[in-house]
Each structure stands twice: as C-alpha cells, then as structure tokens.
Design a protein around this ligand. Structure first.
Ligand SMILES: NC(=O)c1ccc[n+]([C@@H]2O[C@H](COP(=O)([O-])OP(=O)(O)OC[C@H]3O[C@@H](n4cnc5c(N)ncnc54)[C@H](OP(=O)(O)O)[C@@H]3O)[C@@H](O)[C@H]2O)c1
Length: 252
C-alpha cells in the first residue's frame, strides 16, 4: 500500500491555487495549512476559535509567500445559508476554489454507547460527517469550475475498525468513508474533480492528548511528518487518484 510518505513535492506545487482548510487552528489542520501555503497556495483558514486562526495566519504571513484569510464558523451550528455565505465570500474575494481539506473534528471522551446521549450523537454526526457533506455541496460550483480540484476528507481507524467506547465518533468516521466512495463513483467521469480520504493514524495533536492522556507524546509522529501525503493528495500529482482511503502511516 502506498502511504505517500516519501512524496517529494516541488516548491511551487500549489501555486495559484486557493485551498480551504477546516479546523486549521491547531494540530493537523494547522500543519496542513502551513504546508500548503509553503507550496504556494492561498489558504482560507477555517475554524471555530478566531484567536487560534489568527496565530496560524501570522505564521503563514511570516513566510512571505501568500496572504491567507480567516473564516470562523462553528460547524455544530452551521446552516445551509452559512455555507452559502462562506462560498459567496470565497467567490467574491478569489473567484476560484481548488481544494478543500476537511480536517475539523469533534469528539467527546470515549464512553460506553449506553451512556452517550442523543445530543452528543447529533453533534458528532453534525461536525464530523454532515458538515463536510454540506460544505462540499455548497462549494461545488467553484470546484467544478476549477481546472484540477481535490477534496480531502479525514477518516480514522475508529471508522474503519470500530471498537468499544468510540460510539458516534466511529459511526461518523465510517460514514466519511462511505461518503468518499459514493461521491468518487459519481465523479468518476469528471477529469477535474476528485475526492479521497486520509487516515492519519496516531499523531501528536491537542485532540490526541485529550483522548489518549496516558500516551507518551514524544514517541508519536508529529503533524509535519504526515504532510507529504497531504501535499500529494492536494496537488496535481494525484489527479488520477479518486475514491481512495489512504493510511498515512504503516499499520503494525
Ligand atoms: N491526532 C490523531 O491522532 C488523529 C488520528 C486519526 C484521525 N485524526 C483526524 O485528523 C483530523 C485532525 O485531528 P487533530 O488531532 O489535529 O484534531 P484537533 O487538534 O482537535 O483539531 C481539530 C480542529 O477542528 C476544529 N473544530 C472542532 N469542532 C469544530 C466545530 N464545531 N466547528 C469548527 N471547527 C471545529 C477545532 O477548532 P478549535 O480549536 O477552535 O476547537 C480544531 O482546530 C480530525 O479529523 C481527526 O479525527 C487524528
């Protein structure tokens, strides 16, 4: 299986591209936003907490390559109209959109299914599955007009191999894989539009620290270690890859 961990992108891989990264304020989303910007993309930094997005904005601006923009939106509460307003803002400011990294995720601590509430399930499905569907759908007119558009969803081993206590989060992430397969099939005849999913595996991020508090952080891979796979899937070298669920790390 190809993990694309040895992919070596040219510096200008994403030049002239406009890319939306959800959950860009920390962890893998932050690392991907910076990696995409380093390779020439203009980044729309989406997230929930403006302060975190401003820090990433400053990091990207310091690179002196492209100027990002910030678009805060709480995916738990977002309506169809909110997504349409986001797309309208992108269209007015840039007139194009070449890719989306759906990275934002939410989970409660692991717990037995019988103690998970309806409200928790609604939030888990809303943020982790329904939001990426709705945001992609709203962005379609711009994506279809792009010469080479790539959508990356973020899946999880908990979706692929559901086990006890991961409840609604596992179900949402399993749904992400189904969404990718269905959408890729529907787009199989479109040469300029593709959708794939990455499974990061265990990575040292704030989310990981919350769900696995006993883990020794320094032995985990860092978000930057996974960026070759993210760059490969976002850039033109993956333009024939569609409907794949890709593990970023070798599974033992
Ligand atoms: N880290 C791992 O080991 C691992 C393993 C497998 C899969 N993944 C997947 O990789 C992706 C990134 O994970 P991570 O560990 O980097 O996560 P993280 O550190 O928790 O970051 C998640 C991001 O999502 C944003 N977010 C959460 N709820 C939101 C909402 N309601 N509206 C808008 N934004 C929201 C957060 O914004 P705020 O900071 O503003 O709350 C945060 O920036 C996720 O899809 C995760 O499931 C991670």
């Amino acid at each position: 299986m190809n993990h694309y961990s040895d992919y070596s992108p040219p510096d200008n891989l994403l030049q002239n591209r406009v890319i939306l990264v959800t959950g860009a304020g920390q962890g893998l989303g932050r690392a991907a936003a910076i990696a995409f910007a380093k390779h020439g993309a203009v980044i729309i930094l989406h997230g929930r907490t403006t302060k975190k997005l401003e820090r990433v904005y400053d990091e990207i601006e310091t690179l002196g390559i492209t100027q990002p923009v910030i678009y805060p939106l709480n995916l738990e509460k977002a309506s169809e109209n909110d997504y349409n307003l986001l797309v309208q803002a992108i269209a007015e400011q840039f007139g194009r959109l070449d890719g989306i990294l759906h990275n934002a995720a939410f989970l409660h601590g692991p717990s037995p299914m019988e103690s998970q509430t309806l409200e928790q399930w609604q939030t888990l499905l809303q943020v982790n599955l329904i939001a990426p569907f709705a945001l992609t759908k709203a962005c379609l007119p711009l994506l279809k007009a792009a010469p080479d558009a790539s959508i990356i969803m973020t899946a999880s081993s908990h979706g692929q191999r559901p086990t006890a206590y991961w409840g609604g989060f596992s179900v949402a992430k399993a749904g992400v894989e189904a969404l990718v397969k269905i959408q890729a099939d529907e787009w199989s005849m479109l040469p300029n539009l593709r959708i794939n999913a990455l499974i990061p595996g265990a990575v040292n991020t704030p989310q990981r620290a919350k769900t696995h508090p006993g883990e020794i952080k320094k032995i985990l891979p860092q978000p930057d270690d996974l960026m070759p796979a993210y760059l490969f899937l976002m850039g033109p070298d993956s333009n024939t890859v569609n409907g794949e669920i890709i593990q970023c790390q070798v599974q033992h």
